[in-house]
Design a protein around this ligand. Structure first.
Ligand SMILES: [Cu+2]
Length: 341
């Protein structure tokens, strides 16, 4: 519980906002139009408002269904159907940069549909927001992370919890758990002289239960929702990297390049040669030989920072700290059987 519960309480959590009354005739209303990202995305993609002042918005879609939402806010996304005009008013309590983004899959570059609302006002000097955990822990999130050991059945947290063994208390240390990969934890446990009569299988169950002890029970359900909305289209519903968008990565892109090399002709695929999608396909989040070699801090880092030049978007301005950990919890549920799943 510790890590995630403590993280959720950080000021980085949900930002202050409220919905205000309708504009008076004298007040300005800002129109935000949405078109597919290839045609421009949000128009405009920059807005500025003073903290505490109402921001009156008129939302219009020019082509397909888009969704309007502001990152890190506990505020329902607004679906924008072409031909409809939606008016809404927001008030931001604190100065800062707020990212608005599209919540409906509107094309291959959908996730690039982002804009920024700059909220101006006197900045309070408080403690600096903490650096992402992977930086604090000095983890290189771009390094390959093959797992040196893997289980031959899916580890179960409840089987692990039911084992009558005494695990040294250092294994309950949240910093150790989030900073180590399951494979590293397994190897550490294997080296414990007090655990020599525990089988390799049982030791994996123990690893699963150590991670489950770190997460609030609702995290996996929340993570599953966020995953379905934001990640499944690339990574696939079961995490295998086979989502509907995946064909614009990897093999398809390589094929397109080969086609062009051979024929000198562009095959007309929307994702091709934009230079925006790398050759790396969406990672297979269901593959134990890779995933069990990654620490939770590495996965969270990849989610918030993105793949920098690969096709993995950055989600830092969109998800709260708590939401990013819920996604990590969900990714682990592809490897481990948890209770409440
Ligand atoms: Cu979209």
């Amino acid at each position: 519980m510790l890590v995630l519960a403590a993280l959720a309480a950080l000021p980085l959590g949900i930002l202050g906002w409220r919905q205000a009354s309708k504009p008076s005739p004298l007040e300005q209303v800002y129109e935000i139009r949405a078109v597919m990202p290839e045609e421009g995305g949000w128009l405009p993609d920059q807005l500025s408002v003073e903290a505490g002042q109402p921001l009156h918005l008129r939302l219009v879609s020019d082509d397909v269904v888009h969704g309007f939402a502001v990152g890190k806010m506990d505020w329902p996304a607004i679906d924008m159907y072409p031909g409809e005009v939606i008016e809404t008013t927001l008030v931001f309590d604190k100065p800062g940069k707020y990212t608005y983004y599209c919540t409906r899959w509107c094309g291959v570059n959908h996730w690039r549909m982002r804009g920024v609302i700059e909220v101006t006002g006197p900045v309070e000097f408080g403690p600096r927001p903490p650096a992402p955990l992977y930086e604090t822990l000095g983890i290189d999130i771009d390094a390959p992370h093959p797992a040196s050991v893997t289980p031959d059945r899916k580890p179960s947290a409840s089987r692990g919890a039911a084992l009558s063994v005494v695990v040294p208390s250092s294994y309950q240390n949240p910093a150790y758990i989030v900073g180590s990969s399951p494979a590293e934890i397994w190897l550490d446990l294997r080296a414990e002289s007090s655990l020599t009569n525990i089988s390799d299988h049982e030791l994996w169950d123990l690893v699963a239960s150590l991670w489950q002890a770190q997460i609030p029970p609702e995290a996996i359900t929340r993570g599953a929702e966020l995953y379905a909305q934001n990640c499944a289209s690339c990574h696939g519903e079961g995490g295998a990297g086979d989502g509907v968008m995946a064909k614009y990565f990897g093999a398809q892109l390589a094929e397109d390049l080969e086609h062009i090399r051979l024929t000198g002709q562009n095959s007309g695929n929307p994702g091709e040669l934009s230079g925006e999608h790398g050759l790396l396909p969406p990672a297979d989040l269901s593959d134990p030989s890779q995933m069990l070699g990654a620490s939770p801090a590495l996965l969270q880092g990849k989610i918030i920072r993105g793949g920098m030049g690969t096709g993995m978007p950055y989600w830092g301005p969109i998800f709260t700290e708590e939401e990013s950990w819920a996604l990590v919890a969900y990714i682990w549920s592809l490897q481990f059987e948890f209770e409440n799943k």
